[in-house]
Write a protein that binds this ligand. Structure first.
Ligand code: NIG
Ligand code: FE
Length: 427
């Protein structure tokens, strides 16, 4: 049997999410479902998708294929988690408990905790330690149907540690079935050695760190925490313009705690995505829609910080392309849970289930500039998909907080199988 050759047949439905670019507004509701479907993956690439009887009629010799009978099961594209900070040292369970007692995320940060706490632990962690903990988190994501993620640096805030984080992600990308897309977030916080000197720190990132990242091709995107008491719109713009000049795509942590104008900046610079957006202005939303910036919403973070959810409904009704992601990180949202994100988006954010699925597939791919190669079950795309243990995608939020994913297929190979009780499948 050839590697990367799979025939999935008799599926109760193939939720194709068909498309090759971000879906905006109403387009997000159409999942382009094929009932009684089959998919052929050859050499890791999708070769055909259609009605089972039609596909099987033309496709008789299955000797070179792993054949999976998906009767009474739904098939979906692999999920794309387009915003994570999954490589880090140490944990911050203490801070979580302080937050439960009413201390705010920004207060903890101003007291020298928060991101800086993780920076200390990440600076002192060995590459091996970061690799091992990152690997476990990837395993957990894979079991939930995730086949591509974005991972950010930002817990180094110095050249050596930022590079260390990005190199660990690079190694994990090669060693694990999940594809890891790397983002440089050197301006994630002001380190102690630059306290009160934000401009000088941005200068340092621009002159000393960014050129190394760009030259070694260690990241595809540059991100910045554009927030009151972190980096201003002007400082963020200065950094992002340099990053653009050096060939990186742009992302922003924008308008998360305070309405600062991050979304408007994202639109002005042609960023690929603006993320968080809990406090975004209506003007910012309209400008993002016009400029084609993907609005990446992170409801796990709003939930964990007890902040109001982003205005997903208003964004979609105003023709934005919305993506959803976990924001997996040790502070504001320590979770890999795709089921949690589905629950929050559909129950609290007024998103339909169809919109939520588009947000975690084709629009997640678009938020990583990859809508042409992943995020849907379309001929020519990577053979990345999952098979649910239920006949319909409607079971996803209905089975509250529990993953419905039975098998995960990456590049045409089964890389996770619930029935094999979590045993690690060789990659
Ligand atoms: O996306 N807001 C800034 N950055 C992360 C949190 C990082 C942390 O607290 O460690 C976020 O929420
Ligand atoms: Fe984040």
């Amino acid at each position: 049997m050839e590697k990367g050759n799979i025939l999935i047949k008799n599926a109760s439905e193939i939720v194709t999410c068909s498309g090759f670019k971000a879906k905006a507004g109403k387009e997000m509701s159409d999942l382009k479902i094929i009932p009684d479907g089959a998919v052929i993956i050859e050499g890791g690439i999708i070769k055909a998708a259609g009605k089972s009887d039609k596909i099987l009629e033309y496709f008789k010799d299955t000797s070179n294929y792993q054949v999976i009978d998906a009767s009474s099961k739904s098939v979906l594209p692999g999920f794309v988690d387009s915003h994570t900070h999954f490589v880090f040292g140490g944990y911050r369970a203490e801070e979580f408990c302080w937050r439960l007692n009413g201390v705010s995320y920004m207060e903890i940060m101003q007291r020298g905790g928060g991101i800086i706490n993780t920076v200390k632990a990440t600076r002192s962690a060995s590459k091996k330690e970061l690799y091992n903990s990152g690997m476990k988190r990837l395993d957990s994501m894979l079991s939930l149907g995730v086949t591509t993620i974005e991972g950010k640096s930002g817990y180094g805030l110095d050249c050596e540690t930022e590079i260390k984080q990005l190199e660990v992600m690079d190694e994990l990308d090669r060693a694990h079935p999940i594809d890891v897309v790397k983002t440089f977030l050197g301006a994630h916080a002001v380190p102690e050695e630059y306290e009160g000197e934000e401009d000088k720190f941005i200068d340092y990132i621009i002159t000393e760190v960014l050129p190394v990242v760009a030259e070694k091709k260690l990241a595809e995107f540059c991100d910045v925490f554009c927030e009151k008491n972190v980096f201003s719109v002007e400082q963020s713009k200065r950094l992002l313009l340099k990053a653009k000049e050096m060939g990186l795509g742009l992302k922003l942590h924008a308008d998360e705690i305070v309405q600062l104008g991050g979304a408007e900046l994202a639109a002005e610079l042609g960023a690929v995505s603006a993320d968080h957006l809990l406090q975004v202005s209506d003007r910012g939303i309209k400008e993002m829609a016009r400029a084609g910036v993907v609005a990446t919403l992170l409801p796990g973070t709003a939930f964990s910080l007890k902040e109001p959810y982003a205005k997903a409904r208003y964004m979609i009704d105003n023709h934005c392309a919305v993506a959803l992601a976990t924001d997996m990180n040790p502070g504001s949202c320590f979770t890999e849970s795709i089921p949690l994100i589905f629950a929050l988006a559909t129950i609290y954010m007024n998103m339909s289930l169809e919109e939520a699925i588009s947000s975690l597939t084709i629009n997640g791919a678009a938020a990583l500039n990859r809508a042409e190669t992943i995020g849907s079950i379309d001929v020519g795309k990577k053979g990345d998909m999952s098979i649910l243990e239920f006949p319909s995608y409607k079971y996803i939020p209905y089975h509250l907080g529990i993953s419905c994913v039975e098998k995960v297929i990456k590049n045409g190979r089964v890389v996770f199988d619930k029935e094999r009780k979590g045993e690690k499948i060789c990659w």
